[in-house]
Design a protein around this ligand. Structure first.
Ligand code: DGL
Length: 280
């Protein structure tokens, strides 16, 4: 039964690092009265070169943590973790709604007129069944060019989106696509929207660059509506960020990525679980 008097349900969001903040900012805009708990697993970033099994086990432990914090819906704001774990997460936590990322091949396929679409994503995302399935379902007859942009996640984590290394990586990925007449680029990793200006500068105005985050925020809203979890109270919302890496480094990086600032808290990995240190 829907309880429309309830407070807006808290949303749990996670990623290997700061990438999922590109999703958080849209969720925040779309659902301003919902508390958010965001976990950046920066001890383990990047997820992209890891095995799907490893990313799956991280995702399960992080979900446990976010649910303990009070999250009622989980947004897997990481294409790699979605590719590796979404199916298992839904099986492991029945009754919990999950919103996952999948490379936006469907809107790209409807947009392209040249018939050539570029997808930027991590190696693990390309290996997962999810990618093969979206290509098979939505991109019949479309030429898909893939690039893993090696090193780009690390540059964004280090706050060097305007650096020369970022430029080199993007040129290596995009120049061959441009030569093959690409007209649509899919950002298939949640870190990459933070480099969207740099990407647009290289590809020019004739190429559409698709960031799926606004669609993910709308999907999160739809799910909350369906569950009757929007609430009707205008509470002062709590947003808490957790990192398994360096709190200080993340506090310095946040203002470069977001317009709002949020508290950053430490979490540690202990025996395959995410634990918040006790405050003495
Ligand atoms: N932001 C992530 C993604 O969407 C993961 C990047 C990484 O850690 O390799 O795939």
């Amino acid at each position: 039964m829907k309880n429309i008097d309830a407070a807006p349900a808290p949303i749990g969001i996670f990623d290997s690092g700061v990438g999922g903040l590109s999703v958080l900012r849209h969720i925040r805009k779309q659902l301003p009265s919902h508390p958010i708990f965001y976990l950046a697993d920066q001890l383990h970033v990047p997820y992209g070169p890891r095995t799907l099994e490893e990313v799956r086990s991280f995702s399960i432990a992080i979900t446990h943590f976010l649910l303990e914090k009070g999250a009622r819906v989980i947004v897997v704001a990481c294409n790699t973790a979605s590719a590796a774990a979404l199916h298992t997460l839904r099986e492991t936590f029945p009754g919990i709604p999950f919103v996952g990322m999948e490379p936006a091949v469907k809107p790209a396929a409807s947009h392209t007129t040249s018939g050539v679409v570029g997808v930027l994503a991590t190696p693990a995302t390309f290996q997962g069944e999810l990618f093969a399935s979206v290509v098979e379902r939505f991109a019949q007859g479309i030429k898909i060019l893939k690039s893993t942009c090696p090193g780009l996640v690390e540059e964004i984590e280090a706050g060097r989106v305007n650096g020369t290394r970022t430029q080199e990586i993007l040129h290596q990925a995009l120049d061959p696509m441009l030569k093959q007449n690409v007209d649509t680029i899919v950002l298939g990793c949640t870190h990459y929207p933070f480099a969207i200006d740099q990407i647009k500068d290289i590809v020019g105005t004739g190429v559409e660059v698709i960031d799926p985050s606004p669609a993910i925020a709308r999907q999160t809203e739809r799910i909350l509506d369906q569950m009757g979890w929007r609430g009707n109270q205008d509470l002062a919302t709590e947003i808490q960020i957790y990192t398994s890496g360096s709190v200080v480094a993340l506090q310095h990086l946040l203002p470069k990525l977001l317009t709002e600032n949020y508290p950053v808290n430490q979490v540690n990995w202990i025996k395959n679980s995410v634990i918040e240190p006790e405050v003495s």
